[in-house]
Design a protein around this ligand. Sequence first.
Ligand code: CP
Ligand code: NVA
Length: 308
Amino acid sequence: TTNGISRHFLDLTDFNGDELRAILQRARDIKSTRNGVRRGEGPLAGKVLAMIFEQPSTRTRISFDVGMRELGGETLMLTGAEMQLGRGETIADTARVLSRFVDAVMIRILSHDDLNELAANATVPVINGLTKRSHPCQIMADLMTFEEHRGSIKGKSVAWTGDSNNVLASWVHAAPRLDFELRIATPGELAPPKDLIERARAEGGSIVVTDDPFEAVKGTDCVITDCWVSMGDDDEEQRHNLLAAYQVNQRLMNEANGDALFMHCLPAHRGEEVTSEVMDGPNSVVFDEAENRLHAQKGILAWCFDAV
Ligand code: CP
Ligand code: NVA
């Protein structure tokens, strides 16, 4: 979790279940007292978070920006292209310079190695705002959302159907830590990396991998999917062909428990990975999930600054 100097939030695998639960508890506490904080008076007053986006974002960008302000801090919005990063300044030197100016850095960048390089050379906390490999902030919000609606996720079963991507990877990381079963359906061609699954199983995770979405979803407490084409993917047509059978529609939802939640990190592509019937249906909590990005990340920020 740290390079000896800073509290980085890079991956759920850097934490044990108790530590993740402590951050989630902080998030709930902050959420329950949300309206009390005045600008400039919050626990992060005087702190500046630099946000670097190498890829587009709606939720991550706005929730970190608003979250930081609601905690009393400020933000800087940057893109790689408008920094000297775009002209070849190294990630390591960028980390050293940013550490002299700001109190923390949140970055969305495809290369996970670049994220690690930034963290290794920063003397302020670095937060993973999505890489090609993982999306830990999203899964903190997802866990919070599940538990708000259904109580502890421990012992529950969660199904993922569709592509194997960064969001799934962070769900896999969470499974052994928070003790729930994860049932994954992807086409064989897009199966999750073996080492990801083997490591989670070695950590005690109960993970099922199949190519049959109905088998994965049967009897589960939550059904999750994500876009078929993630940022940085190029084989769009092939993915659409492979993934059509993994769509979350009412027929698939009917296989899950009657009160199974539907979750999606958004943005959704209605009519592709999910039908509007499911997304707007009674079991869908996708907009609570989006809102909880704000609250979960306040818990993460509080942890990074060892505040609140
Ligand atoms: N779910 C999520 O990370 O959304 P954005 O890409 O809009 O930030
Ligand atoms: N898997 C998606 C998540 C977007 C929030 C992507 O990487 O594009």
